[in-house]
Design a protein. Structure first.
Length: 143
């Protein structure tokens, strides 16, 4: 009988330790959740979180590749420290993990950036940037 109570006590304390460590990890930054409506099915959505130094120049600070389900995809960036960031993403219809372009430089696959400012030419940092504080952020990016 003592063994059963001891086992139950250890299991409950294990949940408490995990809950505390999860709360502590959220102190390292916040979560950004992005919902993306997508015309068409299949493929994946590839998204990157950038700062000014890396936007359209280098690998993202965080990258996410998620499946497109029923015309939507959701991307989550975790433990993002406060600062200024931008998100760029595209619908990878053929699964080659790169954005495909026509011979004239026009994209073959749908893309979008944070703030949904889609002017002619490549996305600009000044149009896509947003501030991250300590509160979780939810946004929608249109392709």
């Amino acid at each position: 009988m003592k063994t059963i109570f001891l086992s139950i006590a250890l299991i409950i304390s294990g949940f408490a330790v995990n809950a505390q460590s999860n709360n502590e990890s959220s102190l390292n930054g916040t979560t950004i959740t992005v919902h993306v409506p997508i015309r068409g099915f299949g493929g994946s959505l590839i998204a990157g979180l950038y700062n000014e130094a890396t936007f359209m120049k280098a690998a993202p600070l965080q990258g996410v590749d998620t499946q497109v389900m029923e015309g939507f995809a959701t991307v989550v960036f975790t433990d993002v420290p406060p600062g200024t960031y931008a998100i760029s993403l595209f619908h990878d219809k053929n699964g080659n993990k790169t954005m495909d372009f026509e011979a004239n430089g026009m994209p073959k696959e749908s893309y979008g950036v944070s703030n949904n400012n889609m002017s002619m030419g490549p996305p600009q940092w000044s149009d896509a940037k947003f501030e991250v504080g300590t509160s979780p952020i939810k946004m929608e990016i249109r392709l």
